[in-house]
Design a binder for this molecule. Structure first.
Ligand code: GTP
Ligand code: MG
Length: 338
């Protein structure tokens, strides 16, 4: 038994030792390459890389199914590789202190409105998914534009990735918002990478491609998906397709959540509402996407029209903030407290 344990230790050590010494950071210094995983030869590693699994972390957080699809290996091999990747990265439990340190690295992106920022304890958080849901014209897209401008205003090197599913990205609005806070509109537009998603599969692919931009060296600090659910809703109609839709949405949100966590960037998604036919009292609408979207969003904000052209934002779900609401106005310059 002891011998076996000793042997395992040696194996693990070997795995770590074969690391190229050129890697920069201390953390990376201990990381093995994917070829070093058990059962993964050069050809399999190449297949994995082509499918986007090009580091141990991406394999450690993948499901066996994803690895099997990408590399065409057996389930046993996939499981072994995932386990080895996890062991190598020392995943699992972290101490409270480690987590506290991680949280210290979290940044907030301002919305430009004092009330809105107060609602979110400073703004939209990096490392998390923030979802705004509400009826048409409630301001979800306007906030997406604003966040993109604010991200770059805060850090001129920052890049905002904007996945536009409804063709509602307007460079002119970006220009107006940037000018209102005296930031060079051209610089801001330069640092926003917009992609139009034509269907749900395309949308999912674009979220995965965002990682490529990061690998190219772009400092992506915000990913917008506007709208998160519209394509899914339009493509999967009828009861029989609901399970598949939810599964795909779940996968998509996992991709976004991983990106947020691994690269300390903010994800902002928008979501529509639908009428609840069986609701006679209280709010007759509910967000699309059900529990899958609700559970995968870290912060959820319900937007609606208020009196005299105002908008009401209500924080309905947040891990560490009280449920509260604020009133704001959409203007030429951005959003203002009302
Ligand atoms: P859907 O995508 O249709 O679900 O709506 P949404 O929630 O994304 O709405 P959006 O953010 O596009 O808000 C549209 C509203 O913003 C409009 O009805 C206007 O009231 C307001 N708005 C848009 N552009 C301007 C502008 O240039 N000036 C002012 N004052 N308001 C604007
Ligand atoms: Mg919109």
């Amino acid at each position: 038994m002891q011998q076996l344990q000793a042997l395992r230790k040696v194996e693990k050590f070997k795995l770590r030792k074969e690391v190229p010494r050129t890697m920069a950071s201390k953390k990376q210094d201990r990381e093995a390459r994917i070829e070093d995983l058990p059962g993964i030869g050069a050809a399999t590693a190449e297949k994995l890389r082509l499918a986007g699994f090009d580091n141990l972390m991406s394999i450690a957080v993948a499901t066996p199914g994803e690895i099997i699809d990408a590399a065409g290996i057996t389930e046993a091999t996939a499981r072994k590789a995932i386990r080895a990747a996890r062991d190598n990265l020392e995943m699992g439990f972290q101490s409270g202190i480690d987590l506290m340190k991680k949280r210290e690295g979290i940044e907030k992106i301002s919305t430009g409105s004092k009330n809105f920022d107060t609602l979110l304890a400073g703004g939209v958080e990096t490392g998390a998914i923030t979802e705004c849901f509400g009826p048409y014209g409630s301001g979800k897209t306007q906030i997406a534009h604003l966040l993109a401008v604010q991200t770059i205003a805060k850090d001129p090197e920052a890049v905002a990735v904007y996945i536009d599913t409804e063709n509602t990205f307007r460079p002119n609005r970006i220009k107006q918002f940037a000018e209102a806070i005296s930031v060079d509109p051209e610089k801001v537009l330069q640092n926003i990478k917009v992609a139009r998603a034509f269907n749900s599969d395309h949308q999912m692919l674009l979220a995965e491609k965002a990682e490529e931009l990061i690998k190219q060296g772009l400092k992506v600090k915000l990913i917008v998906v506007d709208s998160l659910t519209a394509h899914f809703r339009a493509e999967f109609v009828g009861r029989g397709t609901l399970a598949e839709r939810q599964q795909k949405l779940n996968k998509h949100m996992h991709t976004l959540s991983k990106l947020a966590d691994m690269h300390n960037l903010a994800v902002y998604v928008t979501n529509q509402v639908m009428a609840k036919p069986d609701m006679f009292f209280g709010d007759p609408t509910e967000a699309i996407g059900g529990h899958i979207v609700a559970h995968n969003s870290t912060y959820r904000i319900y937007l609606r029209r208020g009196k005299k052209g105002t908008r009401v934002a209500k924080l309905v779900d947040a891990p560490d903030l009280a449920d509260d609401e604020c009133i704001f106005k959409i203007t030429e310059k951005g959003i203002e407290d009302a």
